[in-house]
Design a binder for this molecule. Sequence first.
Ligand code: FES
Length: 586
Amino acid sequence: MSADTPPKPVRRKLRSESWFAGTDKDAFIHRSWMKNQGLPDDAFDGRPVIGICNTWSELTPCNAHFRDVAERVKRGVLEAGGVAYEFPVMSLGETNLRPTAMLFRNLASMDVEESIRGNPIDGVVLLAGCDKTTPALLMGAASCDLPTLMVSGGPMLNGNYKGERIGSGTHVWLFSEKVNAGEMSVDDFMQAESCMSRSAGHCMTMGTASTMASMVEALGVTLPGNAAIPAVDSRRYAFAQMSGRRIVDMVREDLRLSKLLVRDAFVNAVRTNAAIGGSTNAVLHLMAIAGRVHADAGANLNLDDWDALGRDVPTLVDLMPSGRFLMEDFFYAGGLPTVLRALGDAGLLNKDVLTANGSTLWNNVKNAPNHNTEVIRPLTKPLVESGGIAVLRGNLAPLGCVLKPSAATPALMQHRGRAVVFENIEHYKERIVDEALDVDANSILVLKNCGPKGYPGMAEVGNMGLPPKVLRQGVTDMIRISDARMSGTAYGTVLLHVAPEAAAGGPLALVQDGDWIEVDVAGRRLHLDVPDAELAVRRAKWKPEPVAMRTGYQGLYVERVMQADQGADLDFLVGCRGHAVPRESH
Ligand code: FES
């Protein structure tokens, strides 16, 4: 070789080769059984092995089209010289799973983590859609840290009822309140059911699924444009195919999740959430994902970041539940790249963070056009001046609680009212319809024992419906306080995720009917106006509610789940455990 001949690049030994290369008994076992699927010898010649982690399930309607999406990913992997193996993981359907899909987010993340680590794969494509599937998959994958690319399934087409847009979830809450107030017939309510869900895909409001699809795009763990393409648009399938091609190169470049999920990327995601008017659930999910990257759970993102980073970011996207439009409109207007460009133009974006396509975030979005300034408003004409998530603290929530100002009533942001207390969800359901209930529009509804340990799983019941007798007076919002979550499709002046929760002995457990509560959103304060001595007397008498299930996964969950201010992950799952497995199976 002459002195000026460039050295040949050394091919990095791939992880899968420790299963498939060689002539010993173990390699024989690994290859031979895989060959029963009709694979040729060269499927094991050292080409990148891509796992397609699929949350397909007919019980998760938002993800029911994922077999087709997976086929397109496979096509892309093959085109790029890789080999693809699809594998199932636990699927979490928001509308069917009881007591709440959130109870199983961490369980699904364990399934994902161990399925990735235990198998001969070099890189993984995560197929997610319905609310909890996105964080569960990314949490599990982050704990392994292989090259990883996410493909969201895409939103449903716009709902349409009697010629009007209706949004998943948002109009369920709205219509059911109208029925309770006697303003809508049950027949009309039933008719709206089919008009809401018109195609494959996830909720088409800026609920949790669309929010999380936007979050993963802002984090740079998808190709640009992931969030908004409707599930049934041909471009969703082309996107899946392109993602299949790209993951093969990510393996060759060893572009692992830990190189993408850096603090600057989380900062971008928090600001993006404010700009899109995203779900309060993103607070929990992003902190849980960040906690999987670093053993120090708050290193990349903590609850105070949510308040500080999003406070000055205007909400630009006029989508339900905060605004008027839906995800299909968002896609036609330009989708998330247009929002990211606006944030970058305003100096609100860390432009240099690396993304999955190997380019910086800014390079991906700097020329994104805005095709409809009604849907994606300019910075000079935002939907809400100060979006983001407000984090309130005080003697009622020492570790914090959250409120989404863009979905709240401005007149209620500073309020003093008397508590109407519900000890648990059954107590609420029984009592809220009682015409003799001592409640009016100025009361504050307090719901206990619906947090991570209490429900268990922190159900989406925090946006509890208003008392019918108040609704009939034409009242549309009241302050509600709970240790629960609310659906990302919901709205109202709702203080959520109160930590510590009532079931863990937080001060929320001590509130009684008639107590005065002060809410000061601008001052970020939530105060229970009861003397300390009286609270001490109540605490001495307090007993936790009995736990429904002490064994099985639910028993483990209740024992080890962290509070909402830390993302409600299981404490022993925090951190990245890597992908090394030193021992053979035989
Ligand atoms: Fe699946 Fe809303 S129910 S995304």
